[in-house]
Design a protein around this ligand. Sequence first.
Ligand SMILES: [Zn+2]
Length: 356
Amino acid sequence: MDSLALLRDLCERFGVAGFEGDVRERLEELVRPHVDEIRVDPLGNLIGERQGTGGPTLMVDAHMDEIGFMVSYVEEEGWLRVVPVGGWDARIVASHALTILADDGGKVPGVFGTVPPHMLTQADREKPLTLEDAFVDVGAESADEVEELGIRVGSPAVIAYPFGQLDGANTVMGKALDDRAGCAVLVQVLEALAGETLEVTLVASFAVSEELGLRGAKTAAAQIEPDLALALEGTVAADVPGIAPARQPTRLGDGPAITVMDQTIVVSPVVVRALTDLAEAEGVPYQYKLPGVGGTDAGEIHLSGKGVPTGVVSIPCRYIHSPFSVMRLDDFENAVRLTTAFVRRCTEILPPAREG
Ligand SMILES: [Zn+2]
């Protein structure tokens, strides 16, 4: 499947943390032809395993979940109150359209209602918008009508807009590029390796609930017991007006980003060097992500078992953790090339096992 169609398909699926079923079903279809074994673990991680020639086990992770909301209360008059699932900036939520997952699996549209500007006092205008004050309108006039729609306390919701191309070519926008971009890279890496005999046992792990604290990756790594791992992310690009270059974690168009350190891991210099050397050898443009920003599943994976050398390759995305993010297809495709090269050649960087 071409990059654009794959990204569109994955981005538009519903996958709020803890409710990744829609994304998982599609990924299972896409991955099954390229692995020897595939399973869904008790927390909902999708794990596909491809046997190699007896070499070490390489875990490649991408998370399926996205940030969203959960219905926390239904007012008598039919308004919904919500709490965030994952890290939102409350100031940008007002007046956006929502998709709420109903009990029967259907999607119910809604909108974050706002008070018309005509009615605002000066004091109202200066008050920051908070999620505690936010209310969602689903067109219902009573709590009973909300119930008839299949919505209840606990229903998950997401701000949703259609996937699109900004410039008709290389720049795309969509919700949940964090981390459907990583999921799509992993799918394309498996496609690129079709028919090849690998030295490593390759385990593709599509994790749940990253946005709530790297939860799925923790149990996935515990059962995979990798010797080496790589996390794929859609990460913060901040190459926008008002942010000085020294504060831009990544930039669009400069290639996939290699993490040296973030809030969850200091990547082994051996892994950073290997990714850098591979990028150079393959002619793949790359950038280093500005140290100290964010965190990924690598944070949990590298602490599993007796410890796992783990790297992070990210696709720069502007506006992540907002209703839509913006990414360049050439960065995405270069992330596929770098990751594919890593799978083929990662055994060269593993230190020889130390005999006890
Ligand atoms: Zn992410």
